[in-house]
Design a protein around this ligand. Structure first.
Ligand code: UD1
Length: 420
């Protein structure tokens, strides 16, 4: 097993390129199950979650290869509709195969995603929506066994809560359904919007793209004529590096980003005292005279992303004053708190709220990565800590950050990947 060793108290400088968004690449790959032809998806991030999904699709019978950040994938020979536990347990987002498999084959078995460090994360809304489309669903020995022998039927579905992968699953299912599906209270994250565009370019008429109400005109069981696509930039990776610049109060530039999709993050950094030079596809963060404390509440897009909560918590430990962070999406997304505390942070938890004292002197320690974004908060803390921090269990980070040490090193951080 590997760990990261980081020597703190180094200013950062320079420029790095942001990779394609993991959370956009995953639904696009799942959607290729609906394609009648080979598809090339470019700007694919080289991260473990993408490899896991490709392995799952290959197990089902697809044929794929990756070269120079482009996945070429042909799912036309897929025969099996059973996504087994061995792979699904590695990545919750494997549930994204449920909608397309059921829509294409009229039956499927997908292992239930296991427990997860950031709370229960149920899939009841995915299942309820598929049932409303006529599927018969049973849970057997840890598997979702779904059947719709006559095909899924268009209907009106109102999501009780905004769910990103739930919206994506049902969008894919509705694309091959019989008739028109109306979706109300759909997630409008940029990753969901890109999936809509991919399906639309594949021949599915979708009204309302980019809004919370979508109308999808299903293909009556016909496979789609899907076109090549380029994955959008990863706004969470981008936000993480901006926070790295911010916590070290350095000037850094990130390129290949979409500044519009990052407004909730850049606005928050502005409130905390940082400046920006915005390019069309780049953002330069300018140091703050004083880092001000700021209250944060996570919410659905375009609100402040839960996937940036941990990184901002690390940043708030260096702010002037006390910040209150409210986690509104996941009940147990504070696993990083105990590790940050071990480095000297003063954070009090009450329910879904964390009170973070600023101006804390952090000290390097041995800490444990717990989930993907929590782990990146530990890197940020390590950058300003005195001495060396060792972050263990970094496989969490490899799930979602491409070339992590390469990018941090390019910005001047003193970071190494070492074997335990
Ligand atoms: C996706 C993202 C993840 C991000 C999250 C919220 C991917 C692969 N992952 O996860 O990085 O943190 O959105 O932006 O895109 N819920 C239910 N029942 C369901 C589904 C969800 O109650 O059937 C609840 C969840 O417990 C949570 C909320 O809805 O409280 C939002 O979760 P959801 O948007 O579904 O998260 P994911 O799609 O799993």
């Amino acid at each position: 097993m590997y760990y990261l060793s980081i020597k703190g108290k180094q200013k950062l400088k320079g420029s790095i390129r942001i990779s394609g968004a993991k959370n956009a690449a995953l639904p696009l790959l799942a959607a290729t199950l609906l394609s009648k032809n080979r598809v090339n998806i470019s700007n694919i991030p080289n991260v473990v979650d993408v490899k896991t999904l490709l392995k799952l699709l290959d197990n089902l019978g697809s044929n794929s290869n990756i070269k120079d950040g482009i996945v070429s994938i042909d799912t036309t020979k897929v025969k099996s509709a059973c996504a087994n536990y061995d792979i699904v347990r590695k990545m919750r987002a494997s549930i994204l195969t449920l909608g397309p498999l059921l829509a294409r084959f009229g039956h499927c078995e997908v292992s239930m995603p296991g427990g997860c460090a950031i709370g229960q994360r149920p899939i009841d809304l995915h299942l309820k929506a598929l049932e409303q489309m006529g599927a018969k669903i049973e849970l057997k020995q840890g598997y979702v066994v779904a059947k719709a022998p006559e095909g899924l039927k268009g209907t009106t579905i109102i999501f009780d809560k905004v769910t990103v992968t739930g919206s994506e699953n049902i969008l894919m299912a509705a694309s091959m359904a019989h008739g028109v599906t109306k979706l109300v209270n759909v997630a409008k994250e940029p990753e969901v919007v890109q999936l809509c565009e991919f399906l639309r370019d594949g021949g599915v008429k979708i009204d309302g793209i980019g809004t919370t109400n979508l109308t999808i005109f299903g293909s009556y069981g016909e496979l789609l004529d899907m076109k090549d696509i380029k994955v959008i930039p990863d706004r969470i990776e981008a936000g993480t590096y901006l926070c790295a610049g911010a916590i070290t109060n350095s000037k850094i530039t990130i390129s290949d980003v979409n500044p519009k999709q990052m407004e909730s993050i850049t606005l928050k950094l502005e409130q905390m005292g940082f400046g920006f030079e915005m390019g069309e596809n780049s953002i330069t963060l300018l140091p703050a005279q004083k880092i001000s404390a700021s209250d944060i509440e996570t919410s659905e897009y375009p609100g402040f992303p839960t996937d940036m909560q941990a990184q901002f918590m690390a940043l708030c430990t260096q702010a002037d004053g006390t910040s209150v962070i409210d986690e509104r999406l996941f009940e147990n997304r504070f696993m990083h708190v105990s590790e940050l505390t071990r480095m000297g942070a003063n954070i009090k938890l009450k329910g879904h709220s964390a009170t973070v004292e600023g101006d804390m002197k952090l000290i390097g320690a041995d800490v444990m990565a717990t989930d993907l974004r929590a782990s990146s908060a530990l890197i940020l803390a390590a950058l300003v800590a005195e001495g060396t921090t060792k972050i263990h269990r970094i496989y969490h980070l490899d799930r979602g950050y491409e070339d992590l040490e390469g990018k941090f090193s390019a910005l001047g951080a003193n970071i190494e990947r070492l074997e335990e």
